[in-house]
Design a protein around this ligand. Structure first.
Ligand SMILES: [Ca+2]
Ligand SMILES: [Ca+2]
Length: 173
């Protein structure tokens, strides 16, 4: 009897709590075709007036990610950050059937210190680790933007291409 009451209580609660999947795909600047290097821990920020959620999740080898939203509004802004990329945002994301499908976003790399800007501070970090490979004491994975295990001219070119850029964001809660 108690169990039956609990079950109907859960059913009632479930009616009031709408859970919607959100899915999307990113591509990583400088990493070539989809593959193992496209798996990365990313931060997914979702916001709208009066709504703010943030998740950490992992992309798959095609850069796809999924999160679940609790009682989301009809329209969302979604921002994605990789480990050393600028935040990439898109607004006006709406539910299609039950799922929010985020258009593909390109993650621009070069933010070695994670402040959502690419500037001289990132260049200084890269310079300190320049011309090293993984295992070298000076090697710094935060400026190995293309994840090839080396900090070299390729990473420098990626950083230079984004010098002065600032990433998008959902802001703080
Ligand atoms: Ca930075
Ligand atoms: Ca590299």
């Amino acid at each position: 009897m108690k169990g039956a009451i609990l079950l109907s209580l859960f059913a009632l609660l479930a009616k009031f709590s709408v859970v919607s999947p959100l899915t999307g795909r990113v591509e990583f600047q400088g990493r070539g075709e989809p593959g193992p290097l496209w798996r990365e821990g990313v931060r997914v920020s979702v916001c709208a007036p009066g709504y703010w959620e943030e998740f950490t999740t992992q992309t798959d080898t095609h850069g796809r990610y999924h999160v679940w939203l609790q009682n989301p509004p009809r329209e969302l802004t979604v921002c994605i950050n990789g480990v050393h990329s600028l935040g990439a945002c898109v607004g006006g994301v709406q539910r299609v059937r039950q799922t929010f499908v985020v258009p593909k976003l390109t993650l621009l790399e070069g933010d070695a210190n994670g402040d959502n800007r690419v500037d001289e501070a990132d260049l200084a970090i890269l310079q300190a680790a320049y011309d090293t490979s993984r295992g070298d004491p000076r090697f710094d994975e935060f400026c190995d933007f293309n994840l090839d295990g080396k900090v070299d001219v390729v990473d420098l070119a990626i950083l230079s291409a984004n010098m002065g850029r600032e990433g998008g964001s959902c802001g703080e809660r």
